[in-house]
Write a protein that binds this ligand. Structure first.
Ligand SMILES: NC(=O)c1ccc[n+]([C@@H]2O[C@H](COP(=O)([O-])OP(=O)(O)OC[C@H]3O[C@@H](n4cnc5c(N)ncnc54)[C@H](OP(=O)(O)O)[C@@H]3O)[C@@H](O)[C@H]2O)c1
Length: 295
């Protein structure tokens, strides 16, 4: 195992925060990069970098020798990208390019992308399927993917919709459900939009496998093994956490305004499984681990 530090961007966000904690717990040397929300982990160098203007990055990393950078920072909310497209391109595309160009050539670059690069007309997408971005967020992620795949030692990992714990600054899907269940309020959940929901701990474990290997290809999907609607996941969540399942209100995703999103962006993670021998847990197992607060 390469013992040089791993640099993780988006460390204040849901995924980045848990990646930092996971890799620290596993004994890796980690450095954390955040934007405007400062994160502090004991014994870890953390620093702020605005991806809209990341020109000081090279200076901040002067003399550092990283094994890899996991680039999880992004303008990740489709609504915000839709209302500020120029900013979304600056942060998600240009920011990625500058970060990548600032790294030593032998540093591995792992780019976290999304299942939303597909139009959702079919589902069970493999890495060979054609992409079709339906909104600004997806377009920026696709454009960044294209740049990343041109760089040697670089890998794009498209992850499915994640569930898990919040970070100190950002809530996630499960936090939102928990709040409504605890207040005994209705929990409106899409019944007709499908994803391969993945537990945040499994994203971390999958990325660890990838870091321990020499990937043969530059693009992988990493999602859970089931195609589920939010209603399906909500019912399992209520069951595992002993909440009142009757509070779930199945609604159609077409009832929601905002940027266009695909109906079925479920992913096939067969390639990841074949090459790295890793498969994410079923939703029930993932939720059990969430309940037990284990990655
Ligand atoms: N969540 C999901 O279900 C999901 C699914 C598929 C793909 N993804 C991808 O996974 C990654 C992580 O998603 P997430 O849900 O963890 O995101 P998140 O909770 O919204 O966090 C976003 C992170 O990006 C940072 N960031 C945003 N704008 C920045 C800027 N201008 N400069 C520097 N940092 C900036 C934020 O830092 P500050 O808050 O400190 O500014 C924060 O750390 C993203 O690339 C996203 O596209 C997520």
């Amino acid at each position: 195992m390469d013992r040089r530090p791993i640099l993780i961007t988006g460390a204040s966000g849901v995924l980045g925060w848990h990646l930092c904690r996971f890799f620290m717990e596993r004994g890796y040397s980690v450095e954390a990069v955040y934007g405007k929300n400062p994160v502090r982990f004991p014994g870890v160098r953390s620093f702020s970098l605005d991806l809209e203007n990341p020109y000081e990055f090279r200076q901040l990393c002067e003399g550092c020798d990283y094994a890899a950078i996991i680039h999880a920072a992004a303008m990740s909310r489709p609504d915000a990208c839709e209302s500020s497209p120029a900013r979304a391109f600056a942060v998600n595309v240009e920011g990625t390019r500058i970060l990548m160009d600032s790294m030593a050539p032998d540093t591995r670059f792992i780019y976290i992308s999304t299942d939303m690069v597909f139009d959702g007309s079919r589902g069970d997408y493999s890495e060979c399927d054609s992409t079709e971005a339906l909104n600004v967020y997806a377009r920026t992620k696709l454009e960044a993917e294209r740049l990343v795949m041109l760089r040697p030692h670089s890998t794009v990992v498209r992850i499915a919709k994640l569930y898990g714990w919040e970070s100190p600054f950002y809530a996630c899907f499960t936090t939102w459900m928990r709040t409504l269940f605890e207040k005994k309020q209705k929990v409106p959940l899409f019944k007709d939009q499908f994803r391969s929901f993945i537990y945040v701990g499994d994203i971390a474990r999958g990325l660890e496998r990838l870091l321990d290997s020499e990937p043969k290809l530059s693009l992988y999907h990493l999602g859970g093994p089931q195609r589920l609607s939010r209603t399906d996941l909500g019912r399992l969540y209520a069951d595992v956490f002993s909440y009142d399942v009757s509070l779930i209100d199945p609604v159609s995703f077409t009832s929601l305004g905002g940027p266009v999103k695909g109906q079925d962006c479920s992913l096939s993670s067969e390639r990841f499984h074949r090459e790295f021998g890793f498969q994410a847990a079923s939703a029930r197992e993932g939720l059990m681990r969430l309940l037990e607060k284990k990655y």
